[in-house]
Design a protein around this ligand. Structure first.
Ligand code: PLP
Length: 622
């Protein structure tokens, strides 16, 4: 495997490897190691989620500049606008950073629930677009009317005819006596015939949860006409599903929606002026050239959207509509990196120092020892076969009672050492046998994080996320690696996959720290993450750059402490507290003068988060 962990495939020039470390490719180019150590120096251990607002800004400005370039190229008259779908990341440190870096674009937010709507109302400046999608009840629609009364530029996307009937009802209540009606604008979501592609394709297609069929659309049109709401109908909306791996389904959907738009406009929907193409713009998560996830570039995406809509407008004799996008994954993924310490390597015992050779060893063991010492590139293959053969014989001898536990341990260690040495010696040959051997000697790295909390799409959908060590990158990593998280669940494991191999370094974590970084975790992972085993959202921090280009840490939020985690699960904290105190007070095993000492310790531990701090006695805190 290449020593750069595929950073040229997934990295988008956001990070670079310089000598031994990964650096942020911006301003003073701090290394991730330096940032991590800076955070840990302040006493925060366990995994940290590091946010980079400059990467949110980069995505937004890239999106705008590509669409504006395409508009210019095709002489497109409609404008381009984007909103961010809050379901992708609602965390305040993200949303505030997003709103801060997007000011010049009049960037808006998309909400799909009442709570998200509240974030949108309180975080967008008046005038920036708010779109409201998803299922809505009367209260939610009333909230939209209230926001419009505040002066917000809000569009309700109708997902079904029933919703339109509620809008009419709420409109009658809000605007009964007013001369000039104040109400939200209206969009309609189209139930597409075309479907998306990839893991998240369900959002499109006729069986999708969302949108109006042609028949319902005509019904809705008649209703809006009857209730004088056509003046608010200004947007057509569709969304073909997230992480669209190919461009073809989008083109098909655009033709479908473009023609629906034009027909509605020609039918008399005079205020219609925008097509919202939803999200779906994909992110390259792959670390290996043979497993890339996307077959198009943003420029092609923008060209296709602008060109196809222009063509339909021309053919149907209508004005070119404004184009809206609701890209979420594309905007948010790259901004955050999860960095987690490795706590332990499990086959560390398979070291020469653990051998317990005797004065006189069984002959096969002495032979294994010699094979290991004399291994060289020309004999490696043959010696390896001999070693595997000897191992079988030795294990049989153990079962029959001819050799003892120490001999068996020496066998395990020597064979392990031989396989490891041969892999290095035979690496250039890349035989199938080598691949199989790697599975045999993979090293298990215990990593201080929860896959359920921080990579839920890996757990649920086998979505791959780029991962790599943040240091030692000048040294060839030789251990085929399996990662174990610290949950007590065997699904919390990223198994070595010889098709997508991950190699890590042989380190002694009792002597030096070793951190792994997981990239592209900024979209969906944070809020989908679950508190399995009660590991909660990790400690997070925002990295800003000052005018001189130096970085500084901001808005650090520590992972929830143990008591608060339990409080969130509706345990009565004061009653837990009382019980703990009582049990210490009542215990006859603790002498009187020790009680307050133990209580103090207990409270200290309870004030900390669930992630591990230390695992080996001789180790510094992890
Ligand atoms: C989820 C969602 C999006 C965002 O999709 P991405 O693939 O993350 O860009 C956009 N619009 C709607 C309606 C959605 O439900």
């Amino acid at each position: 495997m290449n020593r750069n962990y595929g950073i040229d495939i997934w990295g988008d020039d956001n990070f670079i490897i310089k000598s031994s470390t990964v650096r942020v490719n911006y301003q003073c180019q701090p290394s991730l190691l330096e940032i991590t150590q800076n955070i840990r120096k302040q006493g925060y251990k366990g995994p940290v989620l590091v946010r980079f607002p400059h990467l949110i800004k980069k995505q937004i400005s890239t999106l705008y500049s590509e669409f504006n370039r395409a508009r210019k190229e095709f002489e497109y008259k409609g404008s381009f606008q984007a909103v961010f779908p809050l379901k992708v990341n609602q965390f305040p440190n993200f949303v505030n950073a997003l709103m801060d870096v997007s000011k010049e674009y009049n960037y808006g937010l998309e909400a799909g629930s009442k709570a998200e709507l509240l974030i949108a109302i309180t975080h967008t400046p008046l005038g920036s677009p708010i779109t409201v999608n998803g299922f809505k009840d009367k209260e939610m629609i009333s909230l939209c009317f209230i926001a419009s009364n505040m002066g917000h530029n809000l569009t309700i996307t109708i997902e079904g005819v029933g919703e339109l009937e509620t809008i009419i009802e709420v409109n009658n209540e809000f605007n009964k006596d007013s001369k000039k009606a104040i109400r939200p604008k209206i969009g309609v979501r189209i139930r597409l015939h075309s479907t998306g592609i990839g893991t998240w394709a369900k959002s499109g297609g006729y069986s999708s949860k969302f949108g109006l069929t042609s028949t319902e659309l005509l019904e809705a049109y008649d209703l809006m006409e009857k209730h004088n709401l056509l003046e608010e109908l200004w947007m057509i909306h569709f969304h073909i599903g997230s992480q669209m791996s190919e461009i073809a389904p989008l083109k098909k959907a655009l033709r479908e929606v473009g023609n629906i738009y034009a027909d509605l406009k020609n039918r008399g929907a005079y205020a219609l002026n925008a097509i919202n193409i939803g999200g779906g713009l994909a992110v390259e998560y792959s670390q290996h050239a043979h497993s890339k996830e996307i077959n198009y570039e943003l420029s092609e995406f923008a060209n296709d959207v602008v060109f196809l809509i222009k063509e339909i407008a021309k053919n149907k004799g209508i004005e070119e509509p404004d184009i809206f996008t609701e890209s979420g994954r594309f905007i948010a993924s790259s901004h955050s990196v999860l960095i987690a310490p490795v706590l332990e390597l499990f086959s560390q015992d398979y070291h020469e120092k653990s051998l317990r050779l005797k004065e006189s060893n069984p002959p096969l063991i002495s032979e294994l020892y010699d094979l290991w010492r004399e291994l060289n590139p020309s004999n490696a293959q043959e010696y390896l076969h001999d070693a595997l053969d000897h191992m079988e014989s030795l294990l049989t001898l153990f079962d029959l009672g001819y050799i003892d536990l120490e001999d068996r341990s020496n066998t395990e260690i020597l064979v392990h050492l031989i396989i490891k040495k041969s892999i290095i010696l035979l690496q250039s040959e890349g035989t199938q046998e080598l691949t199989k051997l790697q599975n045999k000697i993979q090293e298990r790295y215990l990593v201080n994080f929860s896959a359920f909390q921080s990579l839920p799409d890996f757990w649920g959908l086998q979505q791959h996320f780029p991962m790599m060590p943040i240091d030692k990158l000048d040294i060839e990593p030789t251990n085929p690696a399996t990662l174990w998280d610290i949950t007590c669940d065997s699904d919390g494991e990223i198994t070595f996959d010889d098709n997508l191999p991950l190699y890590l370094h042989d380190v002694d974590v009792t002597k030096e720290e070793y951190f792994l970084a997981f990239f592209l975790t900024g979209a969906y992972q944070e809020v989908l993450g679950m508190n399995h085993n009660l590991f909660t959202h990790p400690t997070e921090v925002v990295v800003h750059f000052d005018k001189k280009g130096n970085y500084y840490l901001d808005k650090l939020i520590e992972s929830q402490n143990i008591m608060d985690v339990l409080g969130d699960m509706n345990y009565d904290k004061s009653s837990l507290d009382k019980t703990l105190k009582q049990q210490i007070e009542a215990s006859e095993r603790i002498s009187k003068d020790k009680k307050s000492d133990l209580l103090g310790k207990l409270y200290l531990y309870l004030s900390e988060n669930s992630y591990l701090k230390t695992i080996q006695a001789n180790n510094e805190e992890q």
